[in-house]
Design a protein around this ligand. Sequence first.
Ligand code: SAM
Length: 262
Amino acid sequence: MINFEFKKSLGQNFINDENIIDKIVKYATVDKDTLVIEVGPGAGVLSKKIIPLSGYTVLYEIDTRLKEILNNTLSGNDNYEIIYNDVLEQNVKEDISKFNYKKIYVVANLPYYITTPIITKLIEEINPDKIVIMIQEEVADRLCATVGSKEYAMITVSLGSKYDIKKLFRVSRNCFTPAPNVDSAVISLDKHDKYDIKDIVFFDKFIKDAFKFKRKNLRNNLKGYDLTRIEDILNKNKYSLSDRAEIIPISLFVDIANSLSK
Ligand code: SAM
């Protein structure tokens, strides 16, 4: 392994198992028509396999100490660019505006302390066609949760309304250097257009409110909305205002939000 002082505060747990990298690469299905975004290349173990397959890859790495290692690992490739900054501070849309591409994918082993902000930002800003990421297993289970389970949350509905989300495989904490305190999972998000959401900003605010207090029912969480109209749609679908958001399927959230934003 490289001689490097890992920073826990930057979520620096590098993959040390080549099989895991190969599986991520296989599931990512990157080709020459794909512009890839990788957040947190670290020492470049994943990047060096993804870049040659891609049309172009844009990488974001916050830690400039990795410059030399990355330059060495990725030498021989000319279709990539590394932006050394906090990805959350970058205007990713602007960064990629100069490229022509047919598809845009995100492929990454994300820093766990900011997984959700990164996913949310990238979806909002660049609307990727596909995302294949390694994240903490607990978060993966929340994103892939089925309706009615205790993991089903606002983020499940928000992402599920735009993407088909699959847990691809688990990764033991021992596959990282240094080993984190949690296990991980690789998930894929494939963009779909199952739902015709009229006003995405309203939809996201509506589901945020519906899930606001976990123990409260819809009547309490949705005070301030047109409860008569909501109740009517819920009743037609055999639900009621006394139910909690965790049992409401995504399609029904879409119907209600579309009706309210008319
Ligand atoms: N991809 C490498 C691997 O799989 O071995 C490293 C993954 S490590 C879990 C996360 C990486 O994200 C680290 O290299 C860390 O420096 C970088 N990172 C952390 N916070 C970041 C941020 N806000 N913006 C960009 N990169 C970040």
